[in-house]
Design a protein around this ligand. Sequence first.
Ligand code: URA
Ligand code: SF4
Length: 214
Amino acid sequence: MCNVILMNKEKLMQKIVEEIRTCKKCKLYQSRTNTVPGEGDLNTKIMFIGEAPGAREDATGRPFVGAAGKLLTQLIETMGIKRDDVYITNIVKCRPPGNRDPQPDEIYSCLPYLKRQINIIYPKIIVTLGRHATKTIFEIAGITFRSMSNIHGNEFKGKIDGKHITIVPTYHPAAALYNPNLRQILFNDFKVIKELANKGYKGPLDYFIQKGDR
Ligand code: URA
Ligand code: SF4
């Protein structure tokens, strides 16, 4: 039974990855080298959503593989798990030229892919990284966005495509690279994320990613 569900999830995600690979729904397709659909465990409890691929992500086709990605990986490991145990993706799947912010038309063109990914994984917690990802996810979940300093590290309940979803916004790891205060805040927020992921689970903490245990 479990394998059947697994296979369907993989197939559904593979279909999305293939659609993204040839996608021309917004102008970002013109300047991309590779699309960056996302990667990780489809049965994870925690899904991370960043803003957009950068230079290294565009060159490799993988999310968060640059300096910010290194910090994100470290933060994930403070929860006693590995990067492979979670799913990591971005709001837009193609790199905006010169790392500019993704524009509203690009975000809205790309959102159907992200919504399908969220539906397949249906994680216990969505962690939004930075203001852009948070604003977009709050909007589709029907939650009012206030400033990042007010909301980071807190739990918000919303609905995406009719499904209840818990969102924890935090700062973007790139913003914390040269800012020790923000770095500390990020590490603190990840303690909260770990506790929330563990809520209701009575076993050893380092096994908190129990597949299927929501
Ligand atoms: N920053 C992001 O928002 N996403 C990435 O994949 C890399 C850097
Ligand atoms: Fe398609 Fe998204 Fe890439 Fe735009 S950013 S071309 S919508 S995959």
